[in-house]
Design a protein around this ligand. Structure first.
Ligand SMILES: Cc1cc2nc3c(=O)[nH]c(=O)nc-3n(C[C@H](O)[C@H](O)[C@H](O)COP(=O)(O)O)c2cc1C
Length: 377
């Protein structure tokens, strides 16, 4: 870990440490991965504007997201199965995020439950909700998030039905992991991973442990198809708004028309996102959608961004295009798999340094002063 200098190093370590099925679950996208690749390529194509001879000796990356102070405009995105990347992965991730002064979002599909994480950390975290077919159960998740004093609810809008990820099917990804001959051989070469995950509190979906169906899982994609609700509509967002009095973040908006409806719900933030290229393949990259959403509704609500964030430069570019904050999914999971809490801490540190240096080299001292003028448009 001493020679780790960027997020790609952490990704390479993760690839060696976790079983193939788990690595692919994080790393790969849906169908032909056109959108997955566009997320990164379009971010890389944005040029920053080099400025010189400006006194940048005093700098700050601190700002706020939905009124919460953050040491940099970055939050950990909700990711399912986090506890299979490292035992008790959600707790490790949350502790690293809080120690670094950035928010952590716990997924509905996490391995550690809301209560497990609440008992292990001393600051509020955010909870991500998937509204499932069983609305009573969804309501009970909201009640549990309230009881755990979660400071925001992140409602995901872009997974009414699941885009197919070929590798998850080919790898037979199941939860808890199934012991086939192929993955037994693979796991045998990953003893550190096996020990860490076996020692973790849980090995299946912690938040769903009260439900009978979660005991008899087939493959992950089959299970999701059974539980997720294609009939979801904006009425369900209103319903969630009516029973969740706290901060509400709507995640998974890419289109300006949807952004207008989302902003009209009174949400505190909208995350411009295509689920990290895991849903509609062929959709535009989220960075290309960001400025259009900012122009349309940026005066009504905070606009955030995710999709391809793996460096401080990416955060600077998103901020320049009007994102109040960013979220990271894959970069978080790679760093967690590579080194547990210390790995996540290292990833955040690397990205903050990159952001800080890039700000300085674009002649900006304060992240709150970043605007489109740092881009070479
Ligand atoms: C392995 C994995 C699992 C994910 N699980 C969830 C989830 O449970 N809920 C959710 O809202 N988004 C989920 N996402 C999407 C992320 O929250 C986020 O939108 C996306 O990862 C951002 O793109 P990036 O991975 O390029 O940073 C997941 C993403 C990954 C990579």
């Amino acid at each position: 870990m001493a020679t780790v200098t960027n997020i790609q190093d952490l990704r390479r370590i993760a690839m060696r440490k976790v079983p193939r099925a788990i690595f692919h679950y994080a790393d790969r996208g849906s169908y032909d991965e056109v959108t997955l690749k566009a997320n990164k390529a379009d971010l890389a194509a944005i040029a920053l504007r080099q400025r010189v001879m400006i006194d940048v000796s005093e700098r700050s990356t601190a700002t706020t997201m939905i009124g919460e102070s953050v040491s940099m405009p970055l939050a950990i995105a909700p990711t399912g199965l986090t506890g299979l990347f490292h035992g008790d992965g959600e707790i490790h991730g949350c502790r690293a995020a809080h120690a670094a002064g950035i928010p952590f979002t716990l997924s509905t599909m996490s391995i550690c439950s809301i209560e497990d994480v609440a008992a292990a950390v001393d600051k509020p975290f955010w909870f991500q909700l998937y509204v499932m077919r069983d609305r009573k159960f969804s309501e009970s998740l909201i009640e549990r998030a309230k009881a755990a004093k979660c400071s925001a609810l992140v409602l995901t809008l872009d997974l009414q039905i699941q885009g197919q990820r070929h590798m998850d099917i080919k790898n037979g990804l199941a939860v808890p992991p199934k012991l086939t001959l192929a993955n037994a051989l693979d796991i045998a070469t990953k003893p550190m991973w096996a020990a860490s995950v076996l020692m973790g509190k849980r090995h299946s979906f912690g938040n769903l442990a009260v439900r009978k169906e979660s005991d008899s899982l087939t493959t992950l994609s089959q299970w999701i198809a059974g539980q997720f609700d294609p009939s979801l509509s904006w009425k369900d967002v209103e319903w969630v708004r009516s029973i969740w009095p706290g901060k509400l973040i709507l995640k998974g908006v890419l289109d300006v028309e949807d952004a207008k409806i989302a902003a009209a719900t009174g949400a505190d933030a909208i995350v411009v996102s295509n689920h990290g290229g895991r849903q509609l393949d062929g959709a535009v990259s989220s960075i290309s959608a960001l400025p259009k959403v900012v122009d349309a509704v940026g005066d009504k609500t905070e606009i955030w961004f995710d999709g391809g964030v793996t460096s401080g430069q990416d955060i600077l570019k998103a901020r320049a295009l009007g994102a109040r904050g960013c979220m990271m999914g894959k970069a978080f999971l790679w760093s967690l798999a590579a080194g547990g809490q210390a790995g996540v801490a290292q990833a955040i540190k690397i990205m903050r340094r990159e952001l800080d240096v890039s700000m300085a080299l674009t002649g900006v001292k304060d992240i709150n002063q970043v605007d489109r003028s740092v881009l070479a448009l």
